[in-house]
Design a protein around this ligand. Structure first.
Ligand code: ADP
Ligand code: ZN
Ligand code: MG
Length: 492
């Protein structure tokens, strides 16, 4: 049953083959209740407390489809450019598992919620459109736990709180050609689902799970190779590692004249290897049939357009708008649209300060570094967007030098005071009065005759020294370009 010794192919061998990857992503929808009953979805509740006859699969209990779950699934479909069917059908997927009390999952089969979508990614600098075959809805199974309890060696425990949690499964076409493309696809997918609010996509809570189907074929061959399905991949980094391992394993087998067996494999994080779980011969025959307790899911044009209208702007559109409307670089636009919270924070700073370009750096660099050091996310920032905007305005109006502002921001962060209050309290206002600056420049020149001689002797680089002295004398409150201009004139 298990594979032969894990001989891996050399890079030269691998280069003669093409990798083919198709991903199946399960995403838990952000509803407060389960898909077919009113049990709450709460992570970390005591085991088997969020259950009722419906999700326990009691005889006679009937499922009632959650409207909110359908709307989130539609939003995910639209965000992934899929066509939503006017009518889709729920189907029973039959199999036995201790954490599946009904004996079947309610899923969708030949008529899924939506189809024919795509997602644009950039991998290794090359843009690529990845086809999405389908998005369908289903209920989640429970959870088997093998540890964390007494006698854990002897027992497996079942927690049915997750049974009936609403999921969508997003199935890609077998069109990815490298682990990096798969990684970028997942990263982009997660960002979009989070943006739209379809799911928090917290992988540690199992809200986003990925199975990777991997095969190889000699370059130039049309026909697809036999695939292995990799399961248990609970981070994108592991997806990448597992695919790379699997490609090297498969190529080695083919090169040594063996055949690839269609099977499900698990990735062992500690060993960095995949190993066989079950082969095709042992694969399930799910005996799908239409769910008799649910009507076809009909989605009218009105409902669809209502759901579409309620969707927020997607990251790609936002990036484009930030470049066009605010004149940001592609890079800044990319950084500032990383999360929806970040983009919304930035837009407030940009709007309220009236200086979007300056606001970009103060948000993505200065504030972010304070947050990072503090282990906080942007939506936990002690400096609210409007306060940061005030600081940016002071800089933009020349009332505060950038240098001093860099000292003011950490004080705002620590005390919660406004920039204005700190500037007034500490007398940090920029010296805009050129008369005052001229006087200080005269003093600086008078106090450093040796350097004056050097400068006049042709060593113009000494100017930086004078600017430094002037900044020191003004405690950083002079505008450096103005200071430099005055000094140059006086020295020349
Ligand atoms: P199954 O019936 O085994 O579940 P599907 O046709 O439903 O297979 O495909 C499941 C996933 O596997 C899809 O994401 C698809 O793109 C991918 N896939 C199918 N064939 C291959 C292959 N030969 N190599 C890699 N991925 C594949
Ligand atoms: Zn229930
Ligand atoms: Mg399948």
């Amino acid at each position: 049953m298990s594979s032969s010794a894990p001989t891996l192919a050399t890079p030269e061998m691998i280069a003669r083959y093409e990798t083919v990857i198709g991903l199946e992503v399960h995403c838990q929808l952000a509803t407060s209740t389960k898909i077919f009953c009113n049990c709450p979805i709460e992570f970390g509740s005591a085991p088997n407390t969020n259950v009722c006859p419906v999700c326990l699969g009691m005889p006679g209990a009937l499922p009632v489809l959650s409207r909110h779950a359908v709307e989130l699934a539609i939003q995910a479909s639209l965000a992934l450019n899929c066509q939503v069917r006017g009518a889709s059908i729920f189907a029973r997927k039959n199999y036995f598992y201790p954490d599946l009390p009904k004996g079947y999952q309610i899923s969708q089969y030949d008529r899924p919620l939506s189809e024919h979508g795509w997602l644009d990614v950039v991998a290794d600098g090359t843009p690529k459109r990845i086809g999405i075959t389908r998005v369908h809805m289903e209920d989640d199974a429970g959870k088997s736990t093998h540890d964390g309890y007494r006698d854990s060696d002897d027992y497996t425990y079942v927690d049915l709180n997750r049974t009936g949690a609403p999921l969508i499964e997003i199935v890609s076409e077998p069109v990815m050609r490298s682990s990096e493309e798969a990684f970028q696809y997942l990263t982009e997918m997660k960002q979009i689902l989070q943006y739209v609010g379809v799911s928090a996509c917290d992988m540690e809570k199992g809200q986003l799970r990925c199975d990777a189907n991997v095969s190889v074929r000699p370059r130039g061959q049309q026909e697809l190779g036999t695939k292995a399905e990799l399961k248990n991949l609970n981070s994108f980094r592991f997806v990448k590692q597992a695919i790379d391992y699997e490609v090297a394993r498969q190529v080695a087998l083919i090169e040594s004249g063996e055949k690839i067996r269609q099977e499900t494999r698990l990735y062992n994080v500690d060993l960095g290897e995949t190993f066989a779980m079950r082969s095709k011969e042992q694969a399930h025959d799910y005996r799908y049939f239409p769910e008799p307790d649910l009507l076809p899911l009909k989605i009218s044009d009105e409902w669809l357009s209502g759901v579409r209208a309620a969707m927020p702007e997607l990251p790609t559109a936002k990036r484009k708008r930030f470049v066009e409307e605010f004149g940001l670089s592609e890079y800044d636009a990319q950084v500032l649209t990383q999360t929806r919270a970040m983009a919304e924070f930035y837009e407030t700073v940009a709007g309220a300060s009236g200086n979007p370009k300056l606001a970009a750096g103060w948000t993505s660099v200065e504030l972010m570094s304070l947050l990072k050091a503090d282990g906080k996310e942007i939506d936990q920032s002690p400096v609210p967007a409007v306060r940061l905007a005030e600081l940016v305005s002071l800089i933009a109006r020349g009332e505060l030098t950038g240098k001093i502002a860099k000292d003011v921001l950490p004080k705002m962060y620590k005390t919660g005071d406004s920039a204005q209050a700190i500037v007034e309290r500490e007398g940090l206002k920029a010296i805009s009065d050129t008369g005052a600056l001229e006087k200080i420049a005269d003093e600086v020149i008078a106090n450093n005759p040796k350097q004056v001689e050097q400068y006049r002797g042709g060593k113009t680089s000494v100017l930086a020294f004078f600017v430094g002295q002037l900044m020191k004398a003004t405690r950083g409150q002079a505008d450096p370009p103005t200071a430099s201009e005055i000094l140059k004139r006086k020295l020349g």
